[in-house]
Design a binder for this molecule. Sequence first.
Ligand code: ATP
Ligand code: MG
Ligand code: MG
Length: 406
Amino acid sequence: MDSQVVGVLGGGQLGRMLVEAAHRLNIQVAILDGDNTPAKQINLVASDKHVTGSFANASDVKALASNCDVLTYEIEHVDTKVLEELDQEKPHVQGTKWSRIQPSWRTVRTIQDKFAQKQHFAKFGIATAKSIAVGTSHPQGLKEIADQIGYPFMLKSRTEAYDGRGNYPVKSVSEVEPALAALDNRPLYAEQWANFRMELAVMVIKKSQDASADSWESATIAYPAAETIHEDSICKLVYVPARGISSQIAQAAQNLARRAVSTFAGTGVFGVELFLLEDDSLVINEIAPRPHNSGHYTIEACHMSQYEAQIRAVLPNLASRFPEGCTDLAVPAVVMLNILGGPEPTSHLLIADAALDVAGAKVHLYGKGDGRPGRKMGHITLVGSSMSECETKMHSLIQLADAVRA
Ligand code: ATP
Ligand code: MG
Ligand code: MG
């Protein structure tokens, strides 16, 4: 399909699903991560091009670049300085004017600092929860910030955040000190509490390289608005179509997500997390410059998965090949349940095992070895002819997941 080799920084579960999509198109993918990480376990096609090491290490990133035509990501916590250097040395894919790093390292640099991301959105007039940088580890300094945004608020690490690790809800002034102690030594910002009535997520394909050249309508394509349910700041369930919202709100979420993504340079797939507030207005929570947990459902439920979309979007010969309707649902309804680790190393397998007896349930296990509490070990996608059918079939699996976590 394409002779170019796609290098991926990171080899976790998102990388594994990227590899699955690339295999079907016979496109070579090379992974930079530790040995035997989830993506490498199933990718023997380009195994001689894999690099053992870290996406946060400059020489390892250079080694991957020398094995590949295009570089992309499955995680945003990468070394962007070395990507900037590589971009200066050799900006384009051989014989083309196509940027070799997709999306741009500038995009990832902004997004990987969650406060810089908020400032970026402010610049473009895109609504987010009010945020203030915390330049001090002194409780008095944070109390003064709290006076501006009120209690409760969310104290957040600016960097290296995932699955809520880096968030501390501060409910009252007495929690200021424990919050600072819990996030000791991390760069911080404070975020006003969002009284949302629902969390939504929209996967967006950005197909035009240049953020400024196109309107958001021509540069982006949205997947449906998904309803996401988080527990302890970790995504637990995804429902598509989102339940109990009007088509106008779903459309507004898609449009806001597309506008937000169109402000970033480069091509690829982006995961946009939104809060739907009590007054039906929408604000952006955060954006990921890569496929996203809330988009796993696209594998079974959409004409083109977010993973295939990422592979297509970063390659010069395929990046414009997104036929009308490719992001549409191909089924009436779908629910995705994350399989998180429990108290025992194999607790999570109980959920996967039970799902084998549910017609329509697709089990994904990531090959991460031993489970730990809260670790994402796999997921189950259940498609059905109606949302109520999906809900009924998923019910016992959700109960089992709750029992495993308790
Ligand atoms: P991810 O794994 O999505 O990258 P993260 O560690 O970056 O997670 P956030 O997305 O910032 O964390 O927050 C995780 C969850 O915490 C949100 O999905 C939401 O449920 C809750 N949350 C975050 N910020 C706020 C806020 N300002 N007000 C209320 N709840 C919030
Ligand atoms: Mg995040
Ligand atoms: Mg998040």
